[in-house]
Design a protein around this ligand. Structure first.
Ligand SMILES: *[C@@H]1O[C@H](CO)[C@@H](O)[C@H](O)[C@H]1NC(C)=O
Ligand SMILES: *[C@@H]1O[C@H](CO)[C@@H](O)[C@H](O)[C@H]1NC(C)=O
Ligand SMILES: *[C@@H]1O[C@H](CO)[C@@H](O)[C@H](O)[C@H]1NC(C)=O
Ligand SMILES: *[C@@H]1O[C@H](CO)[C@@H](O)[C@H](O)[C@H]1NC(C)=O
Length: 316
């Protein structure tokens, strides 16, 4: 339980940090080929179902010219996903509380393991992969003959979806190891792992573990990554600005709540002290603020410090 709580705290922290860590855009042609692969993999994964049993994973077959890529699919009732999650589906651990948008009765989670094709479909200059790129995408499971389906939008609401990379190539890189998350729209997010080989997400997409390579090529940055014009750069910049603003607001709100808490706590102790003074036998004019009986002079809230001093004098 404790571990879970700390994971959640870490995850929330990470969400805050997300604002500061890098996010970049994929070049358009790379995105197109990756999305085309997603579409084919959906098709091949669905073909693995003949008369599928709900909640059991089925492995699909890929054409021989893509040997090395693995695909699998599991069909679930939407309600079961929301209420029970999936303890373990390959490297993914899907918690309670994952909901899809739009709502469907049954959905199919398609799993990808891009194996030695990872860097072909998800090139990431400045980083090397320590694990294969893994994908988890959700589709409407009503018609298993369907191809060219559009993904559903899924979101983990309470706890994050966890991805545990078991065959992590042992590396001496330690803190240089990063989680990478590719969303379906071509954005790349680099993030710190929860620990070692554990990454967290609230959304679907592709995930892996990378390490910054000491090659001369620069890390992906909005200016370095984007090929193909001002529009992309502008939207990246805009996204960054929005992220910073939202992050700032969240931080401000948290700070505000903290300050308010401290102020209330201080006030409560102050009032309690005054109450004690009053109860210790001095005859003072009393008034009530909320549940507290306080000396009238203090009730006006004008100059509490002076009042305090007066009371201390009265005490002695
Ligand atoms: C694999 O072969 C198919 C034709 O069978 C072709 O359309 C596709 O582009 C090939 N893919 C790769 C990655 O070579
Ligand atoms: C991955 O490995 C398979 C053999 O296991 C090979 O046929 C394929 O060409 C490799 N893919 C790449 C991109 O190197
Ligand atoms: C899917 O295709 C199979 C034959 O390939 C057919 O028997 C079945 O009725 C089809 N199902 C739907 C929902 O179209
Ligand atoms: C990169 O780092 C490795 C050790 O981690 C070192 O052996 C290698 O020479 C470095 N390469 C460059 C280009 O700096």
């Amino acid at each position: 339980m404790r571990v879970k709580t700390s994971l959640i705290v870490l995850f929330s922290l990470q969400c805050l940090l997300f604002v500061q860590l890098s996010s970049a855009e994929f070049p358009h042609d790379v995105l197109v080929s990756a999305r085309l692969l997603d579409s084919h993999l959906q098709d091949w994964a669905f073909k693995a179902f003949s008369s599928p049993r709900t909640g059991l994973p089925y492995d699909g077959e890929v054409p021989t010219n893509l040997t090395g890529i693995k695909v699998s699919a599991i069909r679930l009732r939407s309600g079961s996903l929301r209420e029970r999650g999936v303890q373990s589906y390959k490297e993914f651990e899907i918690p309670i509380g994952v909901i899809e948008e739009p709502y469907v009765e049954r959905l199919v989670l398609v799993y990808h393991n891009l194996g030695n094709w990872s860097h072909k479909f998800y090139p990431l200059p400045g980083y090397s992969y320590l694990a294969p790129v893994l994908g988890l995408l959700a589709y409407d499971g009503t018609n298993l003959n369907a191809s060219g389906l559009h993904e559903l939008d899924i979101r983990a609401s309470d706890e994050p979806i966890l991805i545990k990379f078991p065959d992590l190539k042992h590396s001496p890189f330690g803190p240089l190891v990063k989680c990478v998350y590719f969303d379906l729209h071509g954005s790349v997010h680099i993030d710190i792992p929860l620990h070692g080989n554990l990454c967290a997400t609230s959304q679907q997409g592709h995930f892996s573990i990378v390490v910054e390579s000491n090659a001369s090529s620069p890390a992906p940055s909005p200016s370095g990554e984007v090929q193909g014009g001002g529009k992309n750069t502008k939207s990246t910049l805009l996204r960054k600005v929005v992220l910073y603003v939202v992050g700032g607001i969240v931080l401000l709100a948290v700070f505000g709540v903290l300050v308010d808490r401290i102020r209330r706590a201080l006030k409560r102790t102050e009032i309690r002290e005054l109450e004690n003074v009053a109860e210790s036998g001095e005859n003072l004019d009393m008034t009530t603020i909320g549940d507290y009986k306080v000396p009238l002079a203090f009730g006006t809230r004008t100059r509490p410090m002076i009042n305090m001093i007066t009371f201390l004098r009265l005490l002695s």
